[in-house]
Design a protein around this ligand. Sequence first.
Ligand code: ZN
Length: 246
Amino acid sequence: MAWTTDAPGGQRHTGYVLGRLADGTIPTYRSGQALYEREFTDSPNGAGGTWSGPGAADVDQPTALVPACRCGWRGPDTPYGGEALLPDDAMLEARAVWRAHAAAVLDAQVPDGYRDKISALARNLHELADERPRSALVLARQLREIADHLEPLAVAQALAQGVPWETIGVDLDQTKQAVHRRYGHPSASLEQRVRELTGGSVAALLAVARDRRRGTPPPAPRARWSQAVTRALRPPAGNGVGVPGS
Ligand SMILES: [Zn+2]
């Protein structure tokens, strides 16, 4: 299992999990002249997991997981297999620790103009909720509407560009399985949102995205976006990133 994020400037972080044995070592294997550390993958059903590399079946189960990144970073050990944490939780914990490491890179994917707008908005929101709670309620609904519109289009676009589900999950801070479930078996509300926006189903949106040639524009939304959404999504001046329907 690996989690990847790309950032402008070619900085690339790919997270994975190593395991530490009861004797404190991280198991390795030799391939040619090189020595490799074995990666560990938790089993989705039940206890235990598997090591990478030849002879993996003879290696004991780890007592701790060690989140790692191809950039060389190592995170702190997460107890594994004992009473402390269920195996699944240990894997999620390791992933969360890696994500914190990569967060700066993930956030750097958001262009400056958008980041500044979001920060400025966030600064004002608490104040608004205190002083004008009903305005804040309306705003909360509009923000939800923006997210509901933006996410499926971005997921379809990412798939069209060959971004794997795992990476989409990293960006949304969800597991690969959760994102795949959400779009592979969309809820009624997600299905309705996408239908309002594109006039088609989630499956159709993803299929159109996958079949589209790189560099061609995304399908034009049929539904009109509300003015508030359009305003909020309008790209900052001087920024080349466009939003469909705006
Ligand atoms: Zn890294």
